[in-house]
Design a binder for this molecule. Sequence first.
Ligand code: PGA
Length: 249
Amino acid sequence: MSRTPIIAGNWKMNNTIKETKALLTELIPLVKDAACDVVVCAPYTSLAAAAKLLRGTNIKLGAENVHWAEKGAFTGEISADMLKELKVAYVIVGHSERRQYFGETDETVNMRAKAALSRKLKPIICVGELLEERESGKTEAVVKAQIKGAFAGIPTRQLKNIVIAYEPVWAIGTGKTATADDADNTIAVIRKTIAKLYNKGAAEEIRIQYGGSMNAKNVAELMAKPNIDGGLIGGASLKAEDFSKIVNN
Ligand code: PGA
């Protein structure tokens, strides 16, 4: 079994076009020899500039959301075709901030993931429990339900185009990281869930990232775990040096 690790930055609502150009210009040489897949997920307004700078590099471009419809009356939304046109390869779907602040549900996550796949965009599907869910022992049930919902109707042949990000909500942007063992255990549950929904081979092949205050200091311990195939990095992706240290770990 050989899963290529994947480190993805999630810039969230950060970086103007000018800041994007500066950050990527600094980042590109720092990660050019990376042994893993490198992705930068940028806000929509930065995608065109980022695509231009990333051409011919080993960094793939990602977006932070995608709508499920092909086109139509959805003010403020962006379609998969629009992202394809900008050379976007990956798209984050179901981030906990979307679930918390913008009413994202397992059903809409599923629809967005399917729309991405239909246009050959690779969704990074995010799941993870809230603090109160962890404290009341519901972590496993929560991530199982989120995975079932997100993957409904997605055929086995598409699994190779999907990345899962396990992000405990209480660890995002808080400086609190799940212990490497806790993260690995929950990711193992996610893998088992995929095995049940599909088959064991598919579960062994799918890449599952950890996300939530991952940084240059804790990356080695997390990546040493057998089930953790990379990271979805928020805060630490905003500085080229920090992000490159994670990539080159
Ligand atoms: P963080 O964010 O690294 O700042 O905790 C991770 C994420 O939200 O994807």
